[in-house]
Design a protein around this ligand. Structure first.
Ligand code: ADP
Ligand code: MG
Length: 274
């Protein structure tokens, strides 16, 4: 595998259930380069969370291959150790432990590692400073705002210096201002630390901040857009129009509310999306 590729999936399939089976992933092939800042969009139920769970080894695929950091996950013996070293997770709901302070929450992923208490404290504080919470180190989660809690979750995700952060709708529970701040923070950490970020989002404003947008539907990646290509302006207009979600949900009548140029641009886009 190419050293620049940090995540690769080959014909990834995930089927849930035995009787009425759900094909959550139906042949996903993707490559993500080291240091990329990528988003995954798509309607609810299109397989975004399932894809993140496969990449983060939270669950096993039905068939197909996931390679992370050069390792075939099917061949990794100790998945807990793999996860602790290689991936950090950020979820929509921060999942902080309510009885632990910000610092103690950030220390949780360091448990079981041969690090002294003192070194753990220092590392947690370093991370909390990095995410702008130097003044909140000893606060409990319920003393923090939604955005601050999500900053703690980001610090926790980064504490073991993972190569990848997987974020599943990290701004889904935040107002737009706090959400924008969280994405800006992730963007800065991506630049400063070189950590690869894969961010699932419903929010076009979030997707626009990323380098590449993967669009999923029915368990497949149906469109991929790299920011900075000539196609960008069309896509940006599409996102800005506020019709993105309606169109992704299959409501093509939404097109008729646009001017002719925008309609042409979006028709071209829809053809690519399929
Ligand atoms: N643990 C599960 N058991 C059964 N079906 C599931 C499970 N998790 C997800 N699914 C189904 O798989 C499909 C994809 O789900 P998911 O990956 O959560 O989509 P998304 O994150 O894009 O909303 C959906 O139809 C969902 O109902
Ligand atoms: Mg989901």
């Amino acid at each position: 595998m190419n050293d620049k590729i940090i995540v690769e999936t080959r014909d990834l399939v995930k089927i849930y259930g035995d009787g009425a089976e759900v094909r959550a992933l139906n042949g996903v092939n993707l490559h993500i380069a080291r240091g990329e800042f990528v988003s995954v969009m798509g309607p609810s139920g299109s397989g975004k969370s399932t894809l993140l769970n496969m990449i983060g080894a939270l669950d096993r695929p039905t068939s197909g291959t996931v390679l992370v950091n050069g390792q075939d996950l099917a061949k990794v013996r100790n998945l807990d150790a793999f996860r602790a070293r290689t991936v950090g997770f950020v979820f929509q709901l921060h999942n902080l432990i309510p009885t632990l302070t910000a610092r103690e929450n950030v220390e949780v992923p360091m448990q079981g590692q041969p690090i002294s208490r003192q070194a753990r404290h220092c590392r947690a504080i370093e991370l909390l400073e990095m995410v702008g919470l130097a003044e909140r180190i000893n606060h409990l989660p319920n003393m923090l705002s939604g955005g601050e809690r999500q900053r703690v979750a980001i610090a926790r995700a980064l504490v073991n210096s993972p190569a990848i952060v997987l974020a599943d709708e990290p701004t889904g529970d935040l107002d737009s201002q706090s959400g924008a701040e969280i994405i800006a923070l992730m963007r800065r950490l991506n630049r400063e630390l070189g950590t690869t970020f894969i961010i699932v989002t419903h929010d076009p404003a979030v997707a626009r901040q990323t380098n590449r947008v993967l669009v999923m539907r029915d368990g497949r990646i149906v469109h991929e857009h790299t920011v900075g290509t000539p196609f960008e302006e069309d896509l940006a207009a599409f996102w800005r129009s506020g019709l993105g979600q309606a169109l992704l949900a299959g409501d093509k009548t939404a097109l008729s509310s646009l001017g002719p140029d925008a309609q042409t641009a979006l028709r071209n886009l829809l053809e690519k999306v399929g």
